[in-house]
Design a protein around this ligand. Structure first.
Ligand code: G6Q
Length: 580
């Protein structure tokens, strides 16, 4: 369905023109109820204030009309019902089943997936408990102290973001994440680790991703080269770098015993587990399927941290806290599924996203957490939003009629304030922002949390109000500036204001809060995609990258390619790299 041809779209174009004469500071002055009118609380713990957006009641009415004219509601219901809405891959989209905390069955082709989900959670719990309590021992008989997740994209960003966010809930285990095929990433991570107490999680949905498999092979070689022998066995020349890499390190061991057997077993069985949907490839790599945690094709990579891909989170914060995260996401799922559109947070955020993207020609949007531990949240959202919304054709394959996904960026405030906020305040582009802040801090010292919050408030207010020429001039006069100087400086001191933002205010960054935040954005992305009529669940651009690298590798390391098989730039670069 082409939304740009609907009456609501046409009316929104007119509404946009009306906004040329409107300013938020006036609307706030006129309407004392604006905050109450344009804010929404899930409960005492979670509030969305969207009153500092370029909307008035009729704008919102028209946006909601657009939502009703679109396929949003049927598509949402189809997603929750397990229909194969990921058309290009013929798959259901059921990350919501992973955090379905009700007794409701969720069926794919008539089969309830919930028993499998519960079994997966139970296995994760049993394993996390054993590792966290030291019952799971490494090959040398020592308990695990460090967990290294090897994965990339959806098999990395979510768990890495969540472990950082939930540091106050971390136990004794340290969590590390290696994603980049740049060998320095693994090298730097392993530098300070002891193989005897390190557990690797190889996380790959397909188990064919080059970066992950290469890093996993290198990690296995490191383990086998450096692992001290278990007490009471003949030494293999224990000690770092003294043992030749056994052939298994190159080809993969042929036989394994059951995971957790306390007797002699292959070191890989004690130090490697896999998370994947591809059992054959896991086995071929040399990891015993007993050490494998599976999931399903109806879990998209960037939506997979709720599945066994979340194992590093469960190991780090414990399974109870991991399940609290699931509870938080479930809160948002229930809200998205049942709340009326006008009181539905993801729907409102999605509509606002479309409003700026399509009617204000805004190219980017910023995510600004006033919470240092959400430092990786913008990177996580980049993947979630840009991989899902970066599409140029509609669900039926026809070109999109309106611009789709925005460029997402962000950094924690207040760091961002001292860097790129300048562009948001006075630049020539409109950049809507989401500000995220917690009422309480886990570590308030020296009253600094209040300083952080005052910065958050000051920014949203300044963006909204701006500073008029009259105000700026009065300031300069007060500062004693001479007339002539003042005239020259004045235009630079004016802030247009009318720059929109959402504020998401939560009580404290708990596992439940994090679950809510992530699910809120997942559903916001869903809403936008439904309005644009694009498939948010495939990623052919990512697949392209995977293919291209395979072609070029032999040309860098093996026989040179025939002259003329690439463009002149690529050939020039290959020649330079080969010469190095
Ligand atoms: C996510 C994408 C992509 C994927 C990675 C890793 O939605 O599909 O980021 O997660 O390419 O893929 P594997 O998990 O299969 O290694």
């Amino acid at each position: 369905m082409d939304l740009t041809r609907t009456p609501a779209w046409t009316a929104l174009k007119t509404e946009r023109k009306a906004w040329n004469a409107l300013h938020l500071r006036d609307l706030f002055k006129k309407d004392k109820q604006r905050f109450e009118r344009f804010s929404l609380a899930l409960d005492d713990e979670f509030l969305l204030d969207y009153s500092k957006n370029l909307i008035r009641p009729q704008t919102l009415r028209l946006l909601l009309k657009l939502a009703k004219e679109s396929a949003l509601v049927p598509l949402r219901d189809a997603m929750f019902a397990g229909e194969r809405i990921n058309l290009t891959e013929g798959r259901a989209v059921l990350h919501t089943a992973l955090r379905n905390r009700s007794e409701r069955p969720v069926e794919v082709d008539g089969r309830d997936v919930m028993p499998d989900v519960r079994e997966m959670l139970a296995r994760m719990r049993a394993f996390a408990d054993r590792v966290r309590t030291g019952k799971w021992k490494g090959y040398s008989g020592k308990p695990i102290t460090d967990v290294v997740n090897i994965g990339i994209g959806g098999s990395d960003l979510g768990p890495a973001m969540a472990c950082l966010a939930l540091k106050p809930y971390g136990g004794n285990l340290r969590a590390h994440f290696v994603s980049n095929v740049d060998p320095s990433h693994l090298y730097d991570t392993l530098e300070d680790l002891d193989p005897a107490t390190t557990l690797f999680i190889v996380a790959s949905k397909t188990f064919t991703t080059q970066e992950t498999l290469l890093n996993a092979q290198a990690a296995r070689a490191w383990l086998l080269s450096n692992l001290p022998s278990p007490p009471g066995t003949s030494p293999k020349g224990a000690g770092r770098d003294e043992v030749a890499v056994p052939s298994e390190a190159r080809d993969g061991p042929k036989v394994h015993r059951r995971a957790g057997d306390e007797g002699a077993t292959h070191p890989v069985a004690k130090h490697f587990v896999a998370v994947s949907t591809n059992e054959a490839a896991v086995r071929a790599f040399g990891i015993d399927p007993a050490n494998m945690f599976g999931f399903w094709d109806w879990v998209g990579g960037r939506y997979s941290l709720w599945s066994a891909i979340g194992l590093p989170i469960a190991l780090y914060i414990g399974m109870d806290a991991f399940e609290e995260m699931l509870e938080g996401a479930f809160d948002l799922d229930e809200h998205f599924r049942t709340a009326p559109l006008e009181a539905n947070m993801p729907v409102l955020l999605g509509l606002l996203g479309l409003w700026y993207n399509n009617f204000w020609d805004s190219q980017a949007y910023a995510v600004l957490p006033y919470e240092q531990r959400l430092a990786r949240f913008p990177a996580y959202l980049q993947q979630l939003d840009m991989e899902s919304s970066g599409k140029g054709v509609q669900r039926d394959g026809k070109p999109v009629k309106a611009s789709t996904g925005p460029i997402v960026f962000g950094e924690p405030g207040s760091n961002g304030q001292h860097a790129f906020y300048q562009l948001i305040h006075q630049g020539a582009k409109l950049i809507p922002c989401d500000f995220l802040a917690g009422r309480e801090s886990h570590n308030d010292v020296n009253g600094q949390h209040a300083v952080l919050l005052s910065n958050f408030l000051a920014q949203t207010e300044a963006l909204m109000r701006g500073k008029t020429a009259v105000e700026a001039e009065a300031e300069l006069v007060r500062a004693g500036m001479a007339r002539r100087e003042l005239k020259a400086l004045l235009p630079h001191k004016v802030f247009p204001g009318n720059r929109p933002s959402n504020s998401i205010l939560y009580r404290k960054l708990t596992p439940r809060t994090l679950g809510r935040l992530i699910a809120l954005y997942e559903h916001k992305v869903f809403v936008q995609a439904a309005l644009w009529n694009i498939n948010a669940y495939d990623q052919w651009g990512v697949e392209l990258g995977k293919q291209l690298a395979q072609v070029l590798l032999p040309e860098l390391t093996g026989a040179p390619a025939k002259v003329g098989s690439h463009d002149a730039s690529t050939e020039g670069l290959i020649a330079r790299l080969r010469a190095a």
